[in-house]
Write a protein that binds this ligand. Sequence first.
Ligand SMILES: NC(=O)c1ccc[n+]([C@@H]2O[C@H](COP(=O)([O-])OP(=O)(O)OC[C@H]3O[C@@H](n4cnc5c(N)ncnc54)[C@H](OP(=O)(O)O)[C@@H]3O)[C@@H](O)[C@H]2O)c1
Length: 134
Amino acid sequence: MATYLITGANRGIGYEFCRQLQARGETAIAVCRRAAEDLQQLGVQVEEGIDITSDASVAELRNRLEDRVIDVLINNAGILKRVTLENLDFDSIREQFEVNALGALRVTHALLPNLKAGSKIVLMTSRMGRPKAA
Ligand SMILES: NC(=O)c1ccc[n+]([C@@H]2O[C@H](COP(=O)([O-])OP(=O)(O)OC[C@H]3O[C@@H](n4cnc5c(N)ncnc54)[C@H](OP(=O)(O)O)[C@@H]3O)[C@@H](O)[C@H]2O)c1
């Protein structure tokens, strides 16, 4: 059995990762900004108060984990806001890069000491991460 760390575990796909991993006997560490009732009742380890856009917040996560080994790091936290070429919103685009790209990089970099040889890093992608055919 392996230890998984999942960001954005509060709801959606991240929560479902935690639920299914827990059900099959894996160890899930659920990382979120604020734990919803469902997540609190799942019985997994919850690390609350972590915003992946904040260096200090992610450093706090690293401190809490101490020397815990993570076998699979799932960078799942993300946002999707619709922006079109005709209706550009640079602030929104910056925010999405900050969470989706730099946030995942920040978490991965901070938790490198918790990864061992053979550990896996998962990057959840989205429509923001690939060009759309015209
Ligand atoms: N749903 C789809 O069809 C789909 C398709 C392709 C890819 N994806 C990707 O899969 C991932 C999960 O999608 P989802 O549908 O489950 O999304 P979701 O329901 O909107 O959940 C997103 C999660 O990310 C967290 N999050 C957002 N900003 C954060 C931040 N700054 N710091 C920490 N956590 C943050 C949210 O936390 P809060 O609860 O605190 O807001 C939430 O737990 C995303 O990366 C998304 O791009 C989804």
